[in-house]
Design a protein around this ligand. Structure first.
Ligand code: OAD
Length: 230
């Protein structure tokens, strides 16, 4: 079986009603990254950060996987698929993908603010619970924080993701502005004989030194085209 690795970003969830970050009307027009997505911001104003992620969970509760997530999952019938995602939503899981690497954490999980990457500290919120409070405690007694990789923090899953990309026969990048490293650098791990596709209605930062087949369409339509071309 050929190996197919996806790298997805906020754009794949846009048609599910999830707000992207850098598009016009995106989250980073409404909030300052350093306020809601950095460890300093969290210590400065835990209530603001807690509210921000509560709102993201509320938005996710009303969202359903779209056709693009479903087509990614269906490709498991023909390919050895790994989904590397920058998204913190669980729409790939809910669409049926079984091999997913979350580079930037997961919205439905909380963890210790003392040891955020200790697996024994990471807890999934029970179904139906989407609100957390700044005085919630993690298992080790420290304040519970969202299980999100914030700016300036290490990205523990990047090596596992790079290994997957290095094994790919086909790599497909969907709905990411390729602004945020190290995720944006993953394309550089692809073998020189790998086929690389990029699906995005407004492709930006497409590395010109790589031979990338750009499908300038929204995720669902672009995924339909990809499935026809594969
Ligand atoms: P961005 O908001 O930076 O980029 C979204 C991309 O999706 C853009 O290239 C859009 O053109 C594209 N897009 C918009 N609508 C689309 C659609 N319907 N179908 C397909 N593509 C569409 O989001 P990311 O690249 O995912 O990190 O951002 C990377 C990281 O920056 C995020 O994981 C987040 C953010 O800060 C953290 O919060 C740690």
């Amino acid at each position: 079986m050929q190996k197919l690795v996806f790298l997805t970003g906020a754009g794949i969830s846009a048609e599910s009603g999830i707000t992207t970050f850098r598009d016009s009307g995106g989250l980073w027009e409404q909030y300052r990254v350093e306020d809601v997505a950095s460890i300093d911001g969290y210590y400065r104003d835990p209530q603001l950060v807690t509210n921000f992620y509560n709102e993201r969970r509320r938005q996710l509760q009303d969202a359903q996987p779209n056709e693009a997530h479903k087509l990614v999952a269906q490709l498991e019938a023909k390919y050895d698929v790994c989904v590397v995602t920058q998204n913190v939503d669980d729409l790939h899981e809910r669409a049926g993908s079984t091999n997913i690497i979350h580079l930037h954490g997961e919205l439905r999980k909380i963890t210790s603010s003392r040891n955020p990457n200790d697996p024994s500290q990471i807890e999934t919120l029970p179904p139906g619970k989407s609100i957390t409070y700044p005085d919630d405690r993690a298992r080790d007694g420290s304040p519970a924080r969202p299980f999100i990789v914030w700016f300036g923090e290490p990205v523990p899953m990047i090596e596992a993701a790079a290994r997957q990309v290095a094994e790919a026969d086909i790599m497909v990048v969907v709905g990411t502005s390729l602004n945020v490293y190290p995720a944006a650098g993953l394309v550089n791990y692809a073998r020189t004989d790998a086929h690389i596709y990029l699906i995005d209605p407004s492709p930006t930062n497409v590395p010109q030194y790589l031979n990338i087949h750009v499908i300038a369409k929204k995720a669902s339509e672009g995924m339909r085209q990809l499935c026809n071309e594969l």
